[in-house]
Design a protein around this ligand. Structure first.
Ligand code: GTP
Length: 596
């Protein structure tokens, strides 16, 4: 055990985590040069394209240390980089004794550097600060070193200068890992206690869980129990991960490995759960287990109603390897049959949408996303509201609570004013302002999650001209004043466009939708009133005047075949219309409004 080191790499997005990890794999000859593909650890296509690590992975390498001639086993545990997956980050961190804190020398410390660092410090990890990309002309070595010193309270000599591009500093990093990160502790003779920090789905082998053994020994063929779910399975195969799986007969305390039990659905295995043996179970589960709950909900409908069953099929397949995706059937007068889906956050929603499109060729409409609310009615009954239609009549409601988050924003001092204005407009309160250096300031806000679900990130970027990074963690539910905003066309409500909004935002939001609809709806042979209403009260209105639509008008007489083609096109377009009372709404109008 003395020769094992378990560590992760934490960094803000794009600070070079994958590139540097690849250099470590190369240096230890874990991958031969010719096998080397850029970013070997990101093995999902989508990850590669988006340059984000969606699912964490673990990999083992051997380091032959020149100074003592001994061979060390390094387990590098990769952590996902985005806030939607912060629970997974925290479990990966809990499986390590040390962390390489990577900071891009041309960018300096950013929001995720700090949020991940806090997680690592919470778990008492030894931090090795690394100043990366020092090969770049724009590298600010002294300034960023000062930021790091201020942030973690280390000495200048503790910071390793590195470049994932040229390989500079890699030998120093190897030595720092051996010298500074403590070897794992734990008793191989004790009852088995292993922490699951990740799982992946494999179409042939089922669910593969990655774990770190804190105590005890795991053997192939053992009957194992997952403590929190209470399920029991046989360990069909256990082993360690290099570039591929290497099966072993046993693994002892301190080690990182994988287990295959024939489980076919990823929701059967929960990240954060403890594995023990049925024969000699451990007394306690490892702390910190949470059942991850979706935070953001939206309806997903097929573009073509005939594709409903295909959509169900696709969602079920996605769920096999994405345990955090939940869905149930939902019907809408406007959009037909579809599903109400729950996501960890907005990025998760986008990923699901994109995977539906790429992997299953499904074109879908997504309704306005909203968070989930806790509601208590006048009779004292409590329930959860996840869709606009679930919100009861205002006079029956005693109290509604909405989820809040704490956000870290790192920026330049000149943008403090505009960022404060934005966060206040989003109903936020400033809780902390800290200068990391005279040129860089950390702001913390408490904000309703509902407000950042929308356009927060884009707005933040534009008010700071790109000089702000942002990260957040959920904190608690707080009381709120929630209303249901309805959109009506000539008095008929359009359910797909209803939204749950804070009372203070209802009017502005209603105006925006009415205006957009006015642009998008084709004129018809009668006047159309577009209204936004809260309860019986209309709070915004637009009118579309009547017109006899003549699509052939622009054809200047003449060519009859062209005229016929246009008329046929119009007919085809009709089939994609939805009817509200007398008013016809093209499918595309929904798509465009929902993009708002
Ligand atoms: P995420 O997985 O999205 O968090 O990104 P990452 O932190 O893994 O960053 P990645 O390794 O993908 O690198 C981001 C970009 O920086 C890529 O375009 C790399 O080619 C570039 N890059 C990484 N390391 C270095 C370096 O040391 N020097 C220079 N000049 N560029 C680098």
């Amino acid at each position: 055990m003395k020769q094992i080191r378990n560590f992760c790499v934490i960094a803000h997005i794009d600070h070079g985590k994958s590139t540097l990890s690849d250099r470590l794999l190369e240096y230890t000859k874990t991958i031969a040069d010719r096998e080397m593909q850029d970013q070997a650890l990101d093995n999902m296509d989508l990850e590669r394209e988006r340059g984000i690590t969606i699912k964490s992975h673990a990999i083992q390498m051997y380091y032959d240390r020149p100074s003592d001639g001994k061979q060390y086993t390094f387990n590098l545990i990769d952590t996902p980089g985005h806030v939607d997956f912060s629970y997974e980050v925290s479990r990966s961190i809990a499986a390590c004794e040390g962390a390489l804190l990577l900071v891009d020398a041309s960018q300096g410390i950013q929001a995720q550097t700090i949020s991940n660092l806090y997680l690592a410090i919470d778990h008492d990890l030894e931090i090795i600060p690394i100043l990366n990309k020092v090969d770049m002309e724009s590298a600010m070595i002294d300034e960023v070193s000062d930021q790091i010193i201020d942030l973690i309270g280390c000495e200048k000599e503790d910071i390793v200068l590195a470049s994932g591009k040229t390989g500079l500093g890699v030998p120093d990093i190897m030595e720092a890992i051996v010298e500074r990160i403590p070897a794992p502790e734990g008793d191989p003779g004790a009852p088995l206690q292993a922490l699951i920090f990740d799982s992946v789905f494999n179409a042939y082998r089922g669910v593969i869980a990655y774990f770190r053994i804190l105590n005890g020994t795991m053997r192939k063929g053992d009957l194992v129990r997952f403590v929190n779910t209470g399920k029991e399975y046989e360990a069909d195969e256990i082993g360690v991960l290099k570039m591929t799986q290497h099966p072993k007969d046993k693994l002892e305390a301190g080690n990182v490995g994988y287990i295959i039990t024939g489980i076919k659905e990823s929701k059967e295995i929960k990240v954060g759960d403890t594995i023990t043996t049925v024969e000699r179970p451990c007394e306690k589960a490892i702390q910190g287990f949470e059942d991850v709950k979706p935070m953001v909900f939206a309806g997903i409908f097929p573009l073509d109603n005939d594709d409903f069953e295909d959509l169900r099929d696709s969602l079920e397949k996605l769920q096999l390897n994405d345990a955090s995706l939940v869905f149930e059937p939902e019907t809408s007068a406007a959009l037909g049959f579809g599903f109400r889906c729950g996501f960890l956050g907005m990025l998760h929603l986008e990923i699901v949408q994109e995977r539906l499109y790429r992997e299953f060729d499904m074109d879908v409409i997504t309704t306005v996303p909203n968070v989930s609310y806790n509601l208590m009615d006048k009779s004292g009954e409590e329930y959860t509201v996840r869709t606009p239609s679930e919100l009861p009549e205002q006079h029956t409601i005693e109290m509604v609570e909405e989820p809040y988050i704490t956000a870290q924003i790192i920026t330049k001092p000149e943008f403090i004013g505009t960022i404060m204005t934005l966060c206040m407009e989003k109903r936020g309160t400033l809780t902390k302002q800290h200068y990391l250096t005279p040129e860089r300031v950390e702001l913390s806000f408490d904000l309703p999650l509902a407000e950042i679900v929308f356009d927060f990130y884009d707005r933040l970027k534009s008010v700071s001209r790109g000089y702000a990074s942002f990260d957040y963690q959920p904190i608690e539910y707080r009381e709120t004043d929630l209303v249901k905003l309805d959109i009506r066309l000539n008095g008929e409500p359009v359910d797909a466009l209803s939204a749950l909004v804070h009372r203070s935002k209802a009017e502005a939001f209603g105006r925006q939708i009415c205006k957009k609809l006015k642009e998008l709806l084709p004129r018809q042979q009668f006047v159309i009133a577009i209204q936004a209403a809260v309860g019986a009260k209309v709070i915004a209105r637009e009118t579309i005047s009547a017109l006899r639509k003549d699509v052939t008008a622009k054809c200047y007489g003449g060519d009859i075949t062209r005229k016929r083609k246009l008329l046929e096109k119009q007919k085809a377009g009709k089939r994609r219309m939805r009817q509200f009372g007398k008013v016809e709404v093209p499918q595309k109008a929904f798509l465009d409004v929902l993009k708002l």
